[in-house]
Design a protein around this ligand. Structure first.
Ligand SMILES: Nc1ncnc2c1ncn2[C@@H]1O[C@H](COP(=O)(O)OP(=O)(O)OP(=O)(O)O)[C@@H](O)[C@H]1O
Ligand SMILES: CC(=O)C(=O)O
Length: 576
């Protein structure tokens, strides 16, 4: 039986606040008028607490309060800090509160941080987590199992001791990367000079270097363009011998050891999952990581192969396909269908394909993922200049804002956190920009064909209606989920309020950390549903996540029953 229980009657509703005209927004940017508005709202807020009406009247007013609850305790602003923004107009300063934000409860877009030499210590993992990291990524192209083991253990230690935060762990496979070999020292190459790449091992001279891939000579043709590090240097193929490719340097520079090589427009004919990758995948199974990011996926077959392997060893690890090879583009639909999500890996994508295709593909991949209810991550170069500078370029800020507006679940930091000088500042910038951008996005824009993947599925219908209810009333959603399914389903509907996803599985809490809008909370479930609801609401109040008397939409549904007997599904509006 399906039932919708509303504990209060809805007298009227206001759908999402509009973002307003450009003129409106310009007006809002004036500090004096903003200050008076905020202060006026603070007044109104106390008035409302006293004169609370017993029926729900369009809760938009509640949503207009700029109560931005940041992701981590370190970010929690006191009242003074909150208004400091009115004097110092530094949106990207240490405090992450969006000044002119529509009231977003907390940042929805998640942040993936690559862990490397700048951040692989206990202190830095803690600080990254407190600054807003939601997913820790380990790039298996670098480091060894011992160093990655240390990072996994630290993240798990953080998760075990954190009351209200969880960090997901992502293992990114090396894949069939083609790299140049070791050089005794970097060599400077000038445009127009000759240079040779050879499959002979151990070559590293002023005019020749080894390549780690035996079929390199067969895969490239005369006239092909070879790119080093995604285009930092380029080489035109002039001729081939049995074991070497002779090139003319087009864009010169300094060639260092083990650099990434791409052939413009072509993917290497290597399998997507190499022997080293299988070894790393086993390492991930042993360590119960949450996600694999699989490099250079070209077709769905490889995803099925990996999923079958994971099933055979009883591993519950989700598979994110990295879209970065030219060969993957014609198979985008089938690859994404087979996976749990996709990463727009713009580094290699922009090397294998013309660079101007990257923004278009990014938009398309996000659109496809959103329509299929899959997670999507935008990666690479997001704050590249912050590897060496403490502040981002304006173009980088726009890049993050675009990914957020396009609907990405997460944005990723690579070198910025792996080996950059300002990893914490980079996370804070991402946090602030995402939060600010989210505040301008009107809710209720659902992908037109979402719902078709699970046609007539009861859970889908309930996720949809819970979203509608929460958007209409301006409430958060509280959901109870053993498998994480309802949490991710709700995330794909992008409700305007936070999705507080309660789960009694630590693994599920970790995984849900990467989904847009989901705040995963670990809690033991009691056999008694009412007791569990009460515990959940008490926890939310104690942590300051909802206020006394605040309403929440509460959802019980999903593929696995929790307290649902005889297939009862429930949406309720409850007061905390
Ligand atoms: N575990 C690690 N150990 C050492 N260095 C790392 C590690 N992870 C990342 N790095 C460094 O951070 C840089 C950026 O990380 P990213 O994950 O973007 O690498 P990448 O995509 O393989 O880039 P590249 O092709 O330059 O290696 C790497 O090039 C590497 O220098
Ligand atoms: C992330 C990654 O691998 C890329 O952008 O190429």
């Amino acid at each position: 039986m399906a039932q919708v229980v509303a504990t209060r009657s809805i007298q009227s509703s206001l759908l999402c606040p509009s973002t307003g005209s450009v003129q409106d927004r310009v007006e809002k940017l004036k500090p004096s008028s903003f200050a008076s508005r905020v202060l006026a709202r603070e007044e109104k807020k106390s008035y409302r607490l006293v004169h609370r009406r017993s029926c729900i009247v369009a809760r938009r007013s509640a949503r207009v309060e700029p109560e931005v609850v940041p992701v981590s305790p370190e970010d929690v602003p006191n009242r003074e800090q909150k208004f400091q923004h009115l004097q110092v107009h530094q949106l990207l300063d240490s405090s992450p509160v969006g000044v002119w934000s529509k009231p977003t409860v907390r940042r929805k877009t998640k942040i993936v941080c690559t862990i490397g030499p700048s951040t692989n210590t206990r202190e830095m993992i803690w600080k990254l987590a407190e600054a807003g990291m939601n997913v820790a990524r380990m790039n298996m192209s670098h480091g060894d199992h011992a160093s990655h083991q240390k990072v996994i253990d630290l993240v798990k230690e953080y998760n075990a001791q954190s009351k209200d935060n969880a960090i997901a762990i992502m293992l990114d496979t090396k894949g069939p990367e083609v790299r140049s070999g070791d050089l005794p020292q970097p060599i400077t190459l000038m445009s127009g000079q000759e240079f040779t790449f050879t499959i002979r091992r151990g070559v590293g001279t002023a005019d020749s270097v080894s390549v780690n891939y035996d079929d390199f000579v067969n895969d490239v043709e005369v006239g092909d363009m070879l790119l080093v590090d995604g285009g930092m240097m380029s080489f035109l193929v002039k001729s081939k011998t049995e074991d070497s490719v002779k090139c003319e340097v087009v864009d010169g520079g300094e060639l260092k050891s083990r650099r990434h090589l791409n052939v413009r427009g072509k993917s290497a004919t290597l399998p997507s999952i190499t022997e080293k990758d299988w070894d790393d995948i086993k390492f991930g199974v042993d360590n119960k990581v949450d996600f694999y990011a699989v490099s250079f996926v070209k077709d769905a077959q490889v995803v099925h192969e990996l999923k079958n392997y994971l099933q055979s060893c009883g591993a519950d690890i989700h598979v994110i396909v990295k879209i970065e090879s030219a060969d993957s583009i014609p198979n985008l639909h089938s690859i994404i269908t087979a996976s749990d999500g996709a990463m727009v890996a713009r580094g290699d994508l922009g090397a294998e394909l013309p660079i101007e295709e990257v923004p278009l593909l990014q938009e398309e991949i996000i659109r496809i993922c959103r329509s299929m209810g899959k997670a999507v991550i935008v990666a690479t170069n997001m704050l590249e200049s912050m590897i060496v500078h403490p502040t981002p370029t304006r173009a980088e800020v726009s890049d993050i804002a675009i990914a957020v507006r396009e609907g990405a679940d997460a944005v990723m930091l690579s070198g910025e956190t792996a080996h950059g000088k300002f990893p914490l500042k980079a996370v804070k910038v991402m946090h602030t920009v995402a939060l600010r951008t989210e505040a301008t996005i009107s809710c209720g824009e659902m992908p037109p064909n979402l719902g078709q993947a699970f046609k007539n599925h009861m859970s889908e219908m309930f996720a949809y209606h819970a979203t509608m209810m929460s958007n209409t009333l301006g409430t958060s959603i509280v959901v109870f989920t053993r498998t994480g399914f309802m949490g991710t389903l709700l995330s794909h509907y992008r409700p305007s309020g936070t999705i507080f996803a309660f789960t009694n599985e630590k693994r599920i809490q970790q995984r849900l950390a990467s989904y847009q809008g989901v705040c995963p909370i670990y809690m033991q479930f009691s056999d008694d549903a009412e007791e569990t609801f009460a515990n959940a609401l008490a926890l939310l109040k104690n942590q300051g996540m909802v206020k006394e008397g605040e309403e929440v939409a509460l959802l019980q549904s999903g593929r696995q029953p929790i307290w649902r007997f005889q297939s009862t599904h429930n949406i309720q509006v409850r007061q905390a």
